[in-house]
Ligand binder design. Structure first.
Ligand code: FES
Ligand code: MG
Length: 577
């Protein structure tokens, strides 16, 4: 390590060093916590943003794991300062964590700005926590490492593996079809999530932590370590040690997150089978670093990057635990060979591709070679057309191939309540080619773009033995979902996007190879419907929701708040002390 900074040049020294009354206060209050000057003098202060809470099962271990981070910080001569941050549990936070991703991003940025810290370890992993913490820390610009929570152990019931989300959805369809007893259902309930850690399918959590690592923001190999593996403690301590060095080296995120590192992150995401949610987050993260990533870039990279991680839901059998045993994300990167840009560096200060030659792939059925992929191109496709001029996304790898080219009549629901009436009625008149549409579920309409996009199969089709159909919404879907679901239609219906003009009975045509999605309605008719359309009433009259509605951007722009964007205004000054 070559130090580039002296102690006096550290940011925290402004709080701790001057011989004045304010610094007297900072020092005496540090002593109030039981420390003496030898604990902090000459040492960088490391913020540890901890998203632990009693409402966050995926981060349950962070209460303990933070001690391992502190241990590393202390070993390297730093002073740790744990700062709790919003825990954003996917399961408990309503109406959806997506409503609050930007709130956590703001919290992360302002926690770092307002406290006497020189760098940070960000502890996250459950879906939104990863992009939120990183977005905030990128905007603040201090050296940081992202510490991924790690996937939970495989689910298990009756000797069979269970995957988070994916198997819940699958067996719920069976339960609704009447093929699973109450006892079996309860067994699945107790077996599907049996340790701390984030969802262990290749859902949003696993995709986002893979993206963070591929972008260079985690220690190499960190994102694949299961939460319950002792390697996770060791990695936590290493994060603590390394961030102290990064502070001395002044290894700020603008040196790590570059167009090359973003390209690497997207390539790796595509090769994992990539949650659709990741698209929104990776766009938002890149834009915080001043890199104008677009949906078209994702489609371009996707077309030439095969899915090589054979993990549910895109893959057939395996889960994140198997992925780790097969060599983890580093092994996947090795399979990608020269698709990765070797100029991008990581928190280690070295190229992402450094050391990949020595990485072993232990199971080539789990982490496939490019010559034998799970799916021949990336798992996401971006569709455009008169239903979604700014784009919509679909996961062709996770849907029945017969829907890759599909034409059928629309059946439109304006709200989730309306949709429920359709899907719960075993005699509802619909056909296998029906295109089921849910609108007003976007960023503003949802509000917060809930994960309603994997619309449950209607009972009327389930009883015919069908398990997939074409569905369209302006919502998101859980990264662990599957099916012929078109998502994120932009602009959303609630703000007058063309999805608002679609009517039941209109023919809809999707062609995934051609990347198109259209309603077969003449332009004059659409113009007449547009003239007759009235905007729905605002969702919020006060509070955070009002701010959200006024400033949230559409899905194709990453759903950031306009005022948080890097280019929005002048850089925020350091606080007066
Ligand atoms: Fe936390 Fe899935 S619920 S990652
Ligand atoms: Mg999820």
């Amino acid at each position: 390590m070559t130090p580039k900074k002296t102690y006096e040049q550290l940011r925290s020294a402004r709080w701790m060093v001057p011989d004045d009354q304010r610094s007297f206060g900072h020092r005496s209050r540090t002593m109030q916590m039981g420390y003496d000057p030898a604990d902090w003098e000459g040492r960088p202060i490391v913020a540890i943003l901890n998203t632990w809470s009693d409402a966050q099962p995926c981060h349950m271990h962070f209460k303990d794991r933070v001690e391992w981070v502190k241990r590393g910080v202390l070993q390297a001569g730093g002073f740790p300062m744990e700062l709790p941050a919003l825990s954003l549990s996917e399961n408990f936070v309503k109406p959806t964590t997506m409503l609050y991703r930007n709130l956590l991003a703001m919290e992360a940025e302002e926690l770092l700005r307002s406290h006497p810290v020189d760098g940070a370890v960000l502890m996250g992993g459950c879906d939104k926590t990863t992009p939120a913490l990183i977005m905030g820390a990128l905007s603040m610009g201090l050296p940081f490492i992202f510490l991924p929570a790690g996937p939970m152990l495989r689910g298990n019931y009756a000797g069979k593996y269970l995957g988070s989300g994916t198997d819940g959805f699958k067996y719920w369809d069976e339960r609704r079809a009447g093929t699973i007893s109450r006892e079996e259902w309860q067994g699945i309930e107790g077996g599907i999530a049996r340790s701390y850690g984030h969802c262990m399918t290749m859902g949003t959590a696993s995709t986002m932590t893979a993206i963070a690592e591929a972008m260079g923001l985690s220690l190499p190999g960190a994102s694949s370590i299961p939460a319950a593996d002792a390697g996770h403690q060791r990695m936590s301590t290493q994060c603590g040690r390394r961030v102290v060095e990064m502070i001395w080296e002044d290894l700020t995120p603008d040196r790590i997150v570059t167009p090359a590192s973003v390209e690497n992150a997207v390539t790796v995401a595509m090769a994992t089978g990539c949650s659709t949610n990741a698209i929104i987050h990776v766009i938002a993260m890149a834009r915080r670093a001043g890199i104008p990533l677009e949906l078209d870039d994702l489609d371009r990279i996707g077309r030439t990057t095969p899915v090589v991680a054979n993990i549910r839901p895109s893959g057939s059998n395996y889960l994140m635990e198997d992925f780790y045993y097969a060599g983890g994300l580093r092994a996947l990167m090795k399979q990608l060979g020269d698709k990765l840009d070797s100029t991008a560096i990581t928190v280690t200060g070295k190229p992402l591709t450094d050391g990949l030659d020595d990485v072993k792939i232990w199971n080539e059925d789990v982490i496939r070679p490019l010559t034998n992929p799970v799916y021949h191109e990336g798992s996401l496709a971006v569709l455009k057309g008169n239903l979604c001029p700014d784009g919509a996304v679909i996961k062709p790898a996770a849907c029945d191939r017969q829907f890759h080219r599909h034409k059928g009549p629309a059946l439109v629901a304006d709200s989730y309540a309306e949709l429920k009436k359709i899907i719960d009625d075993p005699d509802y008149p619909l056909t296998p080619d029906t295109v089921l549409v849910l609108r007003n579920a976007g960023p503003q309409g949802g509000p917060g773009m809930p994960e309603w996009g994997m619309i449950p199969m209607p009972k009327a089709l389930l009883k015919l033995g069908l398990r997939d159909m074409m569905r369209i919404s302006d919502a998101r879907m859980s990264g662990t979902s599957f099916g012929a679901c078109v998502l994120h239609a932009a602009p959303e219906a609630y703000v007058g996007g063309p999805l608002a003009l679609l009517r039941t009975g209109d023919m809809v045509e999707m062609d995934i190879p051609a990347r198109s999605l259209n309603m077969l309605v003449p332009d004059e008719e659409l113009a007449a419907r547009r003239a007759a359309w009235t905007p729905p009433p605002p969702r919020y009259g006060r509070g955070y929701g009002l701010m959200f509605s006024k400033h949230i951007e559409q899905a194709d722009k990453g759903c950031d708040f306009d005022f948080l964007k890097t280019e929005f205004g002048p850089k925020v000054d350091e606080p007066a002390i």
